[in-house]
Design a protein. Structure first.
Length: 277
């Protein structure tokens, strides 16, 4: 169990904010993750103060928020497809539905793993069931995506293999990268864990970052799907600059300076409309 201590830096007392952040990072370096309740109790702060601290550390790329707490950036073992699927659900449905509408007959598309792409897959599956395509090739590394699609005549679904990650329900690694190398995609649809005006698009996973970078290189058009909680956020590793993709698909327009950076990069912003009730 952690003990509170009076921290100093270079022999001089730290200010309260620096002391809290240092203590928190020391705890995370020991455990990899910690709950919001534990932070509140151990640092003797309010939940509002804890959330502000989390927000600042997340923007600096040191930590990643997860359900009920935080973890060090790069600790992928706490990823839960089921938990993330329940977060920002309505935004993900809007974004995914809009993305699915961009798929045309004759396309060869790549679908990334992740819960926002999964909502796109569900919307695309409805179009497939309605026989809107006479020819469509879908390549994905996600078992969740494959299970959501009911292929009809003219629709081909290819699952690329590799090392299976049960928490993410996907394949990745060197073998997966080798499998996607021969393909040319007319469009790719990727997720991200953060978007920054100067550093581009981020992932919390080394293997997914590497795979996504390869897919972008082999795509005529690249789309990043993200809800506004990912704006102005850095995480573990950047896999693409803003100028590397054709458009982002989101539920609202970003604020400055991100908005100006996207315009300078000639990256379009596609706003997903709210579904009619």
């Amino acid at each position: 169990m952690y003990k509170r201590s009076k921290l100093t830096l270079g022999g001089a007392p730290m200010n309260k904010k620096t002391s809290r952040e240092t203590h928190l990072m020391n705890m995370l370096n020991s455990t990899g993750h910690i709950t919001t309740r534990e932070v509140v109790e151990l640092l003797d702060i309010s939940e509002a103060t804890a959330r502000r601290m989390f927000s600042e550390l997340e923007k600096s790329g040191k930590i990643v928020r997860k359900y009920g707490g935080i973890q060090l950036a790069g600790h992928a073992s706490d990823y839960s497809f089921e938990l993330l699927e329940k977060m920002h659900t309505q935004e993900k449905i809007r974004i995914g539905t809009h993305a699915a509408s961009l798929v045309n007959d004759g396309d060869t598309i790549y679908l990334d793993c992740g819960t926002t792409i999964f909502q796109m897959t569900l919307a695309l599956s409805m179009r497939i069931l309605n026989n809107e395509f006479s020819s469509l090739n879908i390549i994905t590394n996600s078992i969740a995506n494959v299970q959501a699609i009911a292929p009809q005549h003219g629709c081909t679904v290819i699952l690329v293999g590799g090392i299976y990650n049960n928490e993410r329900r996907d394949f990745s690694g060197a073998l997966t990268e080798k499998y996607v190398m021969p393909f040319h995609f007319t469009k790719c649809f990727l997720g991200c864990d953060g978007m920054n005006a100067t550093k581009g698009f981020f992932s919390n996973q080394f293997d997914i970052s590497s795979l996504n970078a390869i897919v972008i290189e082999r795509s005529a058009a690249s789309y990043i799907l993200l809800d506004s909680s990912k704006f102005d956020r850095c995480s573990l590793i950047s896999y693409a600059q803003l100028s590397d993709v054709n458009a982002i698909i989101t539920e609202r327009e970003p604020d400055e300076p991100l908005l100006a950076a996207l315009a300078e990069a000639d990256t379009s912003i596609l706003i997903a409309e709210q579904a009619n009730s």
